[in-house]
Design a protein around this ligand. Structure first.
Ligand code: GSH
Length: 200
């Protein structure tokens, strides 16, 4: 299989961590591509009409996107331990919370990088940070017992989102006021799958 990939993408990182956690790194070749909301990489468009990464090309069916679909597919292929039936709705909601932090954080980056300077909208950027910030608070106050439990896709998504905040939004100091979450993340980051997928 082939994965359209970029090392800085937190959505791609979810997939790479999943490959490590399920022992499938040898089954997927990584194809490094550069794609933006206003300039989709043509090689991705052949497989994913949205032009976004990650996209997984399989020999036995159409390409898969987005990260939630790919991670669930890879987990099912390996026996299904990262989406446990006994807590599936919590796991999916936690995954969605991590993804929502990524969505807001990446939108902020695109607003500065992709939109012409005279069209950039500071209030909109702050509103995106409001979404990320409320999600961080929810994680720190309501989700710590799940985060500290057995590994599932919820934790992987949250960890990849926090890694992206460190990479692109360090100045926002997300750890301030989120001590429990910060402590959990520092420990989680030490696992081999997170170390192996660290962006440069
Ligand atoms: N919901 C998607 C989001 C993927 C996404 O936005 N990826 C970014 C890279 S981090 C991208 O491809 N951006 C290009 C674009 O928006 O066209 C997922 O979970 O895979």
């Amino acid at each position: 299989m082939q994965l359209f990939y970029s090392p800085a993408s937190p959505y791609v990182r979810k997939v790479v961590v999943t490959l490590h956690e399920t022992g499938q790194t040898g089954d997927v070749a990584l194809l490094n591509v550069s794609t933006t909301p206003i300039k989709s990489a043509p090689e991705i468009l052949a497989h994913n009409p949205t032009g976004k990464i990650p996209a997984l090309v399989r020999p036995d069916g159409p390409a898969l996107y987005d990260s939630r679909v790919i991670c669930r597919y890879l987990d099912a292929r390996a026996g299904g331990k990262l989406y446990p039936a006994s807590r599936i709705w919590d796991t999916l909601t936690l995954e969605a919370t991590g993804d929502a932090i990524m969505d807001a954080s990446i939108a902020m980056v695109y607003e500065r990088r992709v939109r012409p300077e005279e069209k950039q909208f500071d209030d909109w950027i702050e509103a995106q940070w409001g979404k990320a910030s409320r999600a961080l608070n929810a994680l720190n106050t309501r989700w710590m017992s799940h985060l500290n439990g057995p590994l599932d896709m919820g934790q992987i998504s949250v960890a990849c989102a926090l890694g992206y905040l460190d990479l692109r939004h360090d100045a926002r100091s997300w750890r301030t006021g989120n001590d429990g979450l910060a402590k959990w993340y520092d420990t989680f980051c030490e696992c081999p799958s997170m170390q192996a997928s660290k962006p440069d």
